[in-house]
Write a protein that binds this ligand. Structure first.
Ligand code: ATP
Ligand code: MG
Length: 261
């Protein structure tokens, strides 16, 4: 059975998408079969792995709307062991559609759509990585219902802990009401600028709070990591010798070790 891991943080710009792309491709590099699911209407994970949005037949919107199965929307990327279910902007309208369906159909649950579809393909992969949008709405609820665990990326900046309590409470509520199995896979420190003491202070604070849940690997702030998506490539393909590539490969190793597979 594949392990389903969501990248969540309602705070914008903390490295969810960058981590989704680079963790997925790094797991693929280590011979794991990986499905990356883009669950953000911005579709940045989709373009980040080299998919041309203009040529997509079915996207995650169609999966959630019940127009197709995950297998129909899955596209093989150019990268080793990595497939993607793309997102385009129409996903932004799915909330309203799901709310309406729940009102009209008695047995329909707006938070269950992804899980129902994912259950049919989960055994075909070692890891399924879900890139969530920066909100805690119905799209993220679908991700939390479908996931075994979550990785919380935290940016090494002054406001790092802002919103974390709300996020943890949302995760706990989802665990209680929707998905008793849901676990915190790990907390990932991102965009550390080693030249600032502030970044290092945040590292200390987060480690003190989340203890062994925090990955040893810290993702540094590097221009190469922000450039790679515009070439449609993960960092290990765009510039394999960069510190960013090393960091994400190390993260993938930690994830594999924690899961024993
Ligand atoms: P959103 O909440 O909007 O979905 P996000 O949490 O997915 O954002 P990203 O899109 O991964 O965050 O990152 C935000 C911005 O920071 C992007 O422009 C990205 O290229 C850049 N970025 C992410 N990680 C790094 C890094 N380690 N070094 C430099 N730039 C980074
Ligand atoms: Mg994102």
């Amino acid at each position: 059975m594949g392990k389903v891991i969501s990248l969540v943080n309602q705070k914008g710009g903390v490295g969810k998408t960058t981590t989704s792309i680079n963790l997925s491709s790094s797991l693929g590099h280590f011979n794991k079969k990986v499905l990356l699911i883009d669950l953000d209407p911005q579709g940045n994970a989709t373009t980040g792995v080299g998919i041309n949005k203009g040529k997509i037949k079915y996207s995650i919107y169609d999966v959630l709307a019940g127009n197709c199965e995950i297998a129909d929307a899955t596209i093989k990327t150019k990268f080793k062991n990595l497939s993607v279910v793309p997102a385009i902007i129409n996903l932004a309208g799915i909330d309203i559609e799901l709310i309406q369906k729940e009102r009209e159909q008695e047995d329909f649950k707006k938070g269950n759509q992804l899980k129902e579809k994912l259950d049919k393909v989960v055994e075909n992969y070692d890891y399924i990585i879900i890139d969530c949008p920066p909100s805690l709405g119905i799209i993220t609820t679908n991700a939390l219902t479908a996931s075994n665990s979550v990785i919380i990326p935290v940016q090494c900046e002054f406001y790092a802990l802002e919103g974390i309590m709300q996020l943890l409470s949302t995760i706990m509520q989802a665990k209680k009401k929707l998905n008793p199995e849901l676990d915190i896979e790990g907390v990932l420190l991102t965009m550390l600028d080693p030249r600032t003491n502030l970044g290092l202070e945040v590292v200390e604070d987060i480690r003190a709070y989340f203890k062994e849940r925090v990955y040893d690997t810290i993702i540094p702030r590097l221009v190469k990591l922000s450039e790679a998506p515009s070439y449609g490539k993960p960092i290990i393909e765009y510039y394999s010798k960069s510190k960013g590539a090393t960091a994400y490969l190390m993260l993938a190793k930690e994830v594999i070790e924690r899961n024993g597979k």
